[in-house]
Design a protein around this ligand. Structure first.
Ligand code: SIN
Ligand code: FE2
Length: 216
């Protein structure tokens, strides 16, 4: 197989073995489905504008801007990371989760309870995200499901410890990643955005939508 993006499972270059439960579904959403989803996310952003989160303690701003939809939203500010039912700037409840995302979750996470949060991360051409685990949820039995729209990102996938080997994978517009099983707590991050890689969003912008179950 020449498409290295599809080699997410099993052994890759340098002996990297993706944690069990990692899935990459390249091109899961075709261009027209990407456009429809983008329109739904634009409507979310009108109601719940993107904000710039800051790191707990240091107050250093993130390079991504964020918003959320669904009953709960993930936020980060000087006092820490948490989920909350309202937008930190407007104070209004987060907009509803689009049906397309609920349907995706139910198809890829059969048996899991419905997602409670969809974090919307917007990356400009210089944005990145450091290696981290998603662990602010009380329930790790449900997977994390993420959808990429717009510019291709260099995604870094590691193991369940910070020092485990990592591997770089490209996430293109329409790709879906599932972090389930052992991969639910896999370290991951975004090294960079590839300029000129998509025409879906203007100016090499990228959106990543992350669906999560929060409470157990
Ligand atoms: C995240 O881990 O929150 C974002 C991952 C991505 O942008 O693909
Ligand atoms: Fe994450």
């Amino acid at each position: 197989m020449n498409d290295t993006r599809a080699a997410g499972n099993g052994e890759g270059a340098g002996g990297f073995v993706a944690p069990e439960g990692f899935r990459l579904l390249p091109g899961h959403f075709d261009r027209s489905a990407q456009q429809a989803l983008l329109d739904e996310i634009r409507a979310v952003v009108v109601e719940a504008p993107l904000f710039t989160p800051v790191m707990p303690g240091t107050a250093r701003p993130f390079s991504v801007r964020m918003t959320n939809c669904g009953p709960l939203g993930w936020v980060s500010d000087v006092s820490g990371y948490r989920y909350q039912p309202a937008h930190p700037v407007t104070g209004r409840p987060w907009p509803a989760l689009p049906d397309t995302l609920l349907a995706l979750w139910r198809a890829l996470a059969p048996g899991a309870r419905d997602p409670q949060a969809c974090l919307v991360n917007f990356y400009g051409p210089e944005a990145r995200m450091g290696l981290h685990q998603d662990r602010d949820e009380a329930d790790f039995s449900a997977p994390v499901i993420s959808i990429s729209l717009g510019a291709t990102a260099m995604f870094r996938l590691g193991g369940t410890t910070r020092k485990a080997r990592t591997r770089s994978l490209r996430l293109a517009s329409g790709d879906v990643v599932v972090l389930g099983g052992a991969a639910r707590l896999a370290y991951h991050g975004i090294d960079r955005i590839l300029a000129g890689s998509s025409t879906l969003l203007r100016d090499d912008g990228r959106l990543n939508l992350t669906l999560r179950r929060v409470t157990d």
